[in-house]
Design a protein around this ligand. Structure first.
Ligand code: NAD
Length: 329
């Protein structure tokens, strides 16, 4: 293991903050780079605050980087956020790569997303790394452009890079928190209504409102044909393990991997268990449209780098129940 400094972007975020802490715990030096402060205090930690597209901040961040973990990004699916997405995820990634190329890190790891695939209208399942890249969201296309930029700088600047296409990722404690950004609208009725209002999905808002009797409730989402949603939800701790393999494994240079849990979460099984454990009512709702239904293979990263996720969804839920009880007390 080398003693160089690791630059972790998105160091105030879900994945970046835990990656930075994990590296520091294992005795490595870390620079964090984010718009927001991480709150990390450690003698081997330095922090740069700024936007990825701010050249002076990016230059200061990469100054002593032996390797870069570019884990920060802007995530939004609101139609109004297109400019911000391109600035943070495309222009920001380009500026960071340009500045990184000057110091020639031994590895540049990029957090891409499963949204570079057409996850809910795939050519085949499970999605593997050979599946055509045809994003369906603005966020997804910014991640694909980020991947292209990473490969371009790898070729032109001789900077070995690893692309990780992240599964949907949550801290276990978020799963049963109605206020959480992703899990609130994914699993709870009222936050889902507010989210669909924000997206301007009037038909979805109407069916959701019909189920709203005023109390807190969980939602088992199905598509318009009654097919329950299915997707991967990976614990942040398992993502950190994959990122560390991409950072240090010789064989990861030049490779692209899906990174996430082995088994997808089948909402038809998960939601009744969540309702039972929380004693919340469960509303089964058929939403307009094709819905969410995919499965992604992590076989390549398991085979090539020895990745082994440990947090099954059931284990995450058990922890989420404890976190919910703690919030209530
Ligand atoms: P997060 O939102 O918790 O953290 C992202 C961090 O990036 C935040 O601290 C934010 O302040 C920072 N940031 C955003 N725009 C910035 C900018 N222009 N300049 C500087 N900092 C900026 O996200 P996360 O869940 O930790 O995700 C980590 C990475 O994984 C991101 O690249 C994300 O796109 C990707 N990803 C996440 C998921 C998921 O479900 N969480 C799924 C697929 C891919």
């Amino acid at each position: 293991m080398s003693a160089d400094t690791i630059l972790v972007t998105g160091s105030a975020g879900r994945v970046g903050s835990k990656t930075a802490r994990r590296l520091l715990e294992s005795g490595r030096k870390v620079t964090g780079f984010d718009l927001r402060a991480s709150g990390i205090e450690h003698p081997a930690y330095r922090e740069v605050l700024g936007g990825f597209d701010d050249r002076a901040a990016a230059a200061e961040a990469v100054r002593d980087a032996g390797a870069v973990l570019h884990l920060g990004a802007f995530m939004s699916w609101l139609p109004a956020d297109g400019d911000k997405l391109f600035r943070a995820n495309v222009e920001g990634t380009r500026v960071l790569l340009e500045e990184a190329a000057r110091v020639k890190p031994r590895r540049f790891v990029f957090a891409s997303s499963g949204e570079v695939y057409p996850e809910n209208v795939p050519d085949y399942l499970p999605l593997d790394e050979d599946h055509p890249l045809k994003p369906r969201s603005t966020y997804g296309v910014t991640k694909l452009l980020g991947e292209e930029l990473v490969r371009f700088f790898e070729r032109s600047a001789g900077m070995p890079a690893t692309i990780l296409r992240f599964s949907h990722t949550q801290d276990a404690a978020e799963l049963l928190d109605p206020a959480s950004f992703f899990s609130g609208p994914r699993f709870f009725l009222r936050p889902k209504i507010r989210q669909q209002e924000g997206f301007g999905n009037a038909a979805a808002v109407e069916v959701l409102r019909q189920a709203d009797d005023g109390g807190e409730a969980l939602v088992l989402s199905r598509n318009e044909a009654g097919r329950p949603f299915r997707m991967h939800i990976t614990d942040t701790r398992d993502m950190v393990e994959g990122i560390l393999l991409a950072l240090d494994h010789e064989g990861a240079a030049g490779r692209s991997y899906n990174l996430g849990a082995t088994e997808p979460v089948d909402f038809a099984a998960a939601l009744p268990r969540m309702a039972e454990l929380t004693k919340l009512p469960l509303k089964t709702i058929d939403l307009p449209g094709g819905g969410v239904f995919y499965e992604t293979s992590n076989a390549k990263i398991r085979r090539e780098l020895g990745y082994e996720p440990r947090w099954t969804f059931d284990r995450m839920i058990d922890e989420a129940v404890q976190a919910r009880a703690k919030r209530a007390s």
